[in-house]
Design a protein around this ligand. Structure first.
Ligand code: NAP
Length: 474
């Protein structure tokens, strides 16, 4: 895959980049390793000050970096600005909270004495150079949610970003550099995916975090396994969205439109499978379809656009195959179902796809088990809560889940039984710096955000003092 900015709204290549050669990669690895030697000894105050400065710069740059993201991957401009603002917020959250999240932990005095110690505690120390392999769909947010906690914990970062967002990748390096981070603390490696293995195997790299597809995750995890290096994997999702009889159906349908189409439908935590109880199926299907049909597809630079193009031609072709398969196997097209027409000559070569609702979806269709990465909703009818939960869990993925109900017993049942890293009631799944984020099953392992996310990049160190060392403990 070439490293290039290609505008998905019209298919034009705007800039191409040479991948780094071996010598340049070596230079960056050496710089990262050297930077860690110093950065690991800095205190939280210094780290927080620099991260706060980076957040301020990001706020100043918001309009420009939003346009870059929209140009590189097609998200509506307003969503790109919101993404930049969310990144600044997460940076400030970690700047403020990291010290408390990584404070020493003290076991109960009786347990300390039982271990034979005069004093014992747990300290969270940084791991070293962390390699981040990141996707294009939230090109700033995916990186910041790794970088902010990793840097606050005292690690240094090497970013291998998706090949279609090189300018956003370079912006991130320049952002940390302008904020005053020492050279080597955060670097972008403009390389293709083929270069990941040698970087990950390098003895100076301590851990890796990957957000992306299952094949990419499997590859990075097996190399890291071979090297016995820590990994966090945030992979795909096909989140269920259950609508049960006690729900506010109008609100559920309104939210469902956003939950399915945010980021042009290319979000790992987008609701993708809408499982609706038969008692409210007709009403939900009608309201939801109406909402999807009303969306404006078009130039993502226009403020009035709801849905821009998909990020790549390949991505659109994959989506078309999934829809064709479902229709061949009996799904009904309630709206959309193909490329929108009449977008005008400027956008005719863009990779657009119309917001689509498919009814009568069954487990026999490919999209039941595969991720639809675009504005396509699969609608299922369930006769009971048991059937809804069984359908929801009948997926290789387990990222998050959404449930609309006002019944406390149903809610408890869903918290107990849904196989996912999150259960969101009467709303849609969204990430927040204070809430852990991640999945189970083929959606990956490990957690990002909150205290869980920052500790993924730490060496949990046991510190133990024998009786005669009590005076020396600090
Ligand atoms: P992708 O093709 O897996 O690419 C993600 C990153 O991995 C890119 O930097 C890519 O580099 C690299 N990569 C690809 N194959 C690799 C390999 N064999 N070894 C090492 N690196 C490799 O995924 P994508 O299409 O960009 O992103 C969409 C996927 O990400 C979806 O499945 C989505 O659900 C998932 N996602 C998950 C989360 C989450 O938090 N769980 C969040 C966002 C997205 P190149 O670009 O150079 O190929």
């Amino acid at each position: 895959m070439p490293i290039a900015t290609v505008n998905p709204a019209n298919g034009r290549t705007l800039r191409t980049f040479e991948a780094l050669g071996e010598a340049e990669i070596e230079q960056r690895l050496a710089a990262a390793h050297a930077a860690f030697g110093h950065w690991r000894t800095t205190d939280f105050e210094e780290r927080a000050q620099l991260l706060g400065l980076a957040a301020d710069l990001l706020d100043e740059d918001q309009q420009d970096i939003a346009r870059t993201m929209t140009t590189e991957m097609g998200k509506p401009l307003a969503a790109a600005r919101a993404e930049a603002a969310k990144c600044a917020k997460a940076m400030r959250w970690y700047a403020r909270r990291a010290e408390e999240l990584l404070a020493d932990e003290h076991p109960a005095p009786a347990d300390v004495a039982d271990s034979g110690a005069s004093r014992a505690f747990v300290r969270y120390r940084p791991l070293g150079v962390v390699l981040a392999v990141m996707p294009w769909n939230f090109p700033l947010w995916q990186v910041v949610r790794f970088a902010a906690p990793a840097l606050m914990a005292g690690n240094v970062g090497l970013l291998k970003h998706a090949s279609n967002v090189p300018q956003t990748a370079l912006y991130l390096e320049s952002l940390f550099c302008r904020a005053g981070y020492p050279q080597g603390c955060f670097q972008t490696l403009l390389v293709g995916s083929g270069a990941v293995e040698s970087v990950l195997r390098d003895h100076r790299v301590a851990a890796a975090t990957l957000t992306g597809s299952e094949p990419a995750g499997r590859s990075v995890a097996s190399i890291a396994g071979d090297e016995v290096k820590r990994t966090v994997l945030e992979l795909g999702g096909s989140d269920p969205y259950l609508v049960l009889p006690s729900a506010d159906v109008a609100a559920a349908a309104r939210t469902a439109v956003t939950a399915r189409t945010q980021n042009n439908g290319q979000s790992c935590i987008a609701a993708k499978r809408f499982i609706v109880h038969t008692g409210v199926y007709e009403e939900f299907a009608e309201r939801f379809t109406e909402g999807m049909r009303a969306l404006t597809v078009g130039d993502p630079m226009r403020e009035s656009t709801d849905i821009g193009p998909l990020a790549s031609e390949r991505g659109r072709a994959d989506l078309e195959e999934l829809v064709d398969d479902a229709v061949r196997r009996g799904a009904g097209v309630l709206c959309g179902g193909g490329r929108p027409d009449d977008l005008g000559p400027e956008l005719e070569n863009g990779w657009f796809y119309a917001p689509t609702v498919l009814g009568g979806v069954t487990p026999a269709m490919r999209l039941h088990r595969e991720e639809t990465f675009g504005p396509v909703a699969a609608l299922y009818r369930a006769e009971s809560l048991d059937e809804a939960v069984a359908l929801a869990n009948d997926s290789p993925f387990g990222l998050s889940s959404n449930v609309w109900t006002r019944d406390a017993a149903e809610a408890r049942r869903c918290v107990r039984d849904l196989e996912a890293g999150g259960v969101f009631f009467n709303g849609m799944t969204a990430s927040h710096p204070a809430l852990p984020f991640g999945g189970v099953k083929r959606s990956g392992y490990g957690r990002e955000l909150a205290g869980h996310g920052i500790r993924e990049f730490c060496n949990t160190t046991t510190v133990w003092y024998g009786p005669e060392a009590a005076g020396a403990s600090a």
